[in-house]
Design a protein. Structure first.
Length: 333
């Protein structure tokens, strides 16, 4: 996690720790603890740090649904199987790599588990509907449980989605109602941008995720495309003539966006697939260009996204840090 979020993360851990004793048999509840009424569900395209997920998932506050990836005839569940190397080898060898949405049954199980855990509502936040049918699967399951479920199409991917989920979890841990939890997520999502570079558009073309960037296909061998996620779809940003120039321009675009954020609140994440050294170099240059911004979180692209972006992808997510949400008892003081 970036340094700027350390205070908010510490606050969230303390809040979760205060809630846990009430759930243990034979231990009297902490009267000062806020009762968490809303659970948060997302999918593995959110690229959330594993330690963060473990801390929030132990009480059922957060559930991450694994997204399936098919390599040849084998089906893997992201988060359940170690598939990064398998996908990298398959892509390098030209083997078929495909993805699918989770089944409605997976969401139904997660929603029922939250209901059994005493949650009164669920906010389910997912990868852009323009890139996956995951949100539709969640909607199908939502009618099969006895508590209200609000499904949020994030319109984005990766840690841009993850930042929205983190804001929702913080709001839920503060005891806010489902509507406020959803609003916390959508407000954060509206402030995130995804910029990325791919060495080739071929894998995006094969997966049918190229969207408006299809206009670049006629020149795909002559240029190195910079792309963005906008309106829930992949769109062309710029055409650059070499990989080095494309990465330099990606850095410029991300730095300009981050520098424009209010009060130095910019927060960065860098994704890669198969090229960690390039990601670390990019993050280091961004840190030098943005001394007031905390270091970028660096992580491998989730397998479900890497399967479409291909080897050598570099992505920068620009979002904003946010303070812990106001707790309900503070609203009336």
């Amino acid at each position: 996690m970036p340094d700027r979020d350390a205070a908010a993360w510490l606050w969230l851990r303390q809040r979760l720790a205060a809630l846990r004793p009430a759930a243990r048999p034979g231990v009297p509840p902490d009267a000062s603890a806020v009762v968490v009424r809303t659970a948060v569900v997302t999918d593995s395209a959110s690229a959330l740090p594993a330690d963060w997920v473990r801390a929030c998932a132990s009480d059922g506050l957060l559930t991450v649904i694994p997204m399936p990836v098919m390599v040849g005839e084998e089906i893997y569940g992201e988060g359940e199987d170690d598939i990064t190397e398998t996908i990298a080898l398959a892509l390098a060898g030209g083997k078929s790599v495909k993805t699918s949405r989770p089944s409605p049954g997976q969401f139904e199980q997660a929603f029922h588990a939250a209901e059994r855990g005493g949650y009164e509502a669920i906010v389910s936040i997912h990868i852009s509907g323009g890139l996956s049918g995951t949100a539709d699967a969640a909607r199908l399951a939502a009618g099969r449980v006895n508590i209200p479920v609000e499904v949020v199409d994030s319109g984005t991917v990766g840690m841009a989605l993850g930042m929205g989920v983190q804001s929702a979890v913080a709001a839920a841990a503060a005891g806010l109602e489902a509507a406020a939890v959803s609003t916390a997520a959508t407000d954060q999502l509206a402030r995130t941008k995804v910029y990325f570079y791919v060495p080739s558009l071929e894998q995006l073309r094969r997966g049918g995720r190229i969207g408006a960037a299809a206009s670049l296909l006629g020149t795909m061998f002559a240029i190195k495309p910079l792309l963005a996620v906008d309106g829930g779809k992949i769109v062309p940003l710029e055409k650059v003539r070499s990989a080095a120039k494309a990465i330099a321009r990606l850095e410029e675009i991300a730095a300009e966006d981050a520098a424009s954020r209010p009060d130095g609140l910019a927060r960065l994440a860098v994704h890669h697939f198969g090229n960690p050294a390039e990601a670390e170099g990019l993050a280091a240059r961004l840190a030098a260009a943005l001394p007031e911004c905390p270091p970028a979180q660096i992580s491998s692209l989730p397998a479900v996204l890497a399967a479409h972006a291909g080897l050598g992808v570099l992505a920068v997510i620009v979002g904003e840090s946010a303070p812990p949400p106001v707790e309900p008892e503070m609203l009336s003081t």
